[in-house]
Design a protein around this ligand. Structure first.
Ligand SMILES: *Cc1c(COP(=O)(O)O)cnc(C)c1O
Length: 355
């Protein structure tokens, strides 16, 4: 039954190999990030087949799911953990990102009870204003970690392009490296991992300007979608046809392009605007905001225009298409990162693995 998400692991493997090669050439370790496909097992396998040995996800449930389904890798928890999931973290996660000393203290207690060492990467905020200790206070906060016997500070990391949309740059990477150098001096040892960021930081490698010392990236979107939304581009050499959404037409009629009647707000409190193009051939698809975001739908038939979605309906304009669509036909889309995230999470969208 439609809607269907067609997932192409071989294409994702191609992307993963391409990214792995790029990073290998510069001595950068890669953690493949699975969250945008809810840790789909075939996608995780595709990353491992490409030679990636470390997988990261923001949800502990996804990490447990991968382990229970035979995925053998080093697992990194990307979202700084909740107090309520720390038992699970110590049980299942090889390395967790953190940004609070209190969380480290709690992790230490649990690790001690379980007779384990918990590896951590301490996050440093170099300007984007999402997670991490503000860089000016980073050294004094992070060196406190040495108090805890059952915690191993594997390294430090940063995340950019997520809240503030701040682009990774030589300047903000150098801030991270200054923090690293000071910590290494105080602790009299080297840190193993200096994690420079997500897909948004790839241009620094591609352009050969990533400062020496950054040796790890956490990469999801560039591998799975072949895109980099922060820099608004396709990743060179990567495919974007890795996941395709197919939805079915449930109504197909000619209607005016402007509604008739006084206009209030739509089902989501938005005030719609309309351009009068006369009568248009419009289709309603059986998919909606519960499963996708209409702004993130990219029709494969480029002559189709996506007009609007409410909870369960999406309206598209077919007038300019050269193909003669009929009731019951389906329409295929590529998706933005955000739209794919919704589609994969929706239980109403069937997921099919394609060869
Ligand atoms: C999601 C996430 C990533 C991966 O980001 P992409 O843009 O998909 O490459 C990396 N680090 C953290 C902390 C994340 O939450």
């Amino acid at each position: 039954m439609y809607p269907v998400l067609h997932i192409y692991p071989e294409r994702i493997k191609h992307n993963a190999k391409n990214i792995k090669k790029l990073c290998d050439n510069r001595g950068i370790m890669v953690t493949g990030v699975t969250k945008v496909v809810s840790a789909n097992i075939d996608v995780a396998k595709a990353m491992l087949d490409a030679g990636i040995t470390s997988l990261g996800d923001s949800r502990i449930q996804n990490i447990i799911y991968m382990k229970e389904n035979g995925i053998d890798a080093e697992f990194m928890l990307l979202r700084i953990p909740m107090k309520s999931e720390l038992e699970l973290v110590v049980e299942h996660v090889d390395i967790t990102l953190v940004s609070e000393l209190k969380t480290v203290e709690w992790l230490n207690e649990i690790a001690k009870e379980k007779n384990k060492i918990q590896n951590i990467i301490y996050m440093v905020d170099v300007g984007d204003l999402r997670e991490g200790v503000w860089y000016e206070n980073a050294v004094e906060e992070i060196i406190e970690v040495q108090k805890y016997d059952n915690i191993c500070l594997k390294g430090i990391g940063t995340n950019l392009g997520c809240f503030g949309g701040v682009l990774p740059s030589v300047k903000n990477m150098n801030i991270l490296l200054e923090v690293k150098n000071e910590i290494e001096e105080i602790l009299s040892r080297k840190l193993d991992i200096i994690s420079g960021g997500n897909s948004a930081a790839l241009p620094l490698i591609e352009n050969g300007i990533l400062p020496d010392g950054i040796n790890h990236f956490r990469l999801g979107e560039s591998i799975i979608c072949g895109t980099d939304v922060t820099n608004n581009r396709n990743v060179p050499g990567n495919r974007q046809d890795t996941v395709i959404l197919e939805a079915q037409i449930i109504e197909l009629k000619e209607k005016p392009s402007v509604p008739v009647g006084e206009i209030g707000f739509d089902a989501f409190g938005r005030k719609p605007v309309f351009e009068d193009k006369g009568k248009r051939l419009k289709a309603i698809l059986a998919i909606g905001e519960q499963d996708i975001s209409p702004d993130g739908l990219i029709p494969i038939d480029e002559k189709i225009e996506v007009l609007h979605s409410s909870s369960d309906h999406t309206i598209v304009d077919l007038t300019d298409s050269e193909y003669e669509y009929k009731l019951g036909d389906t329409i295929k889309f590529r998706m933005s990162y955000g739209c794919l995230l919704k589609a994969i999470t929706s239980k109403y969208v069937e997921k099919v693995i394609e060869k």
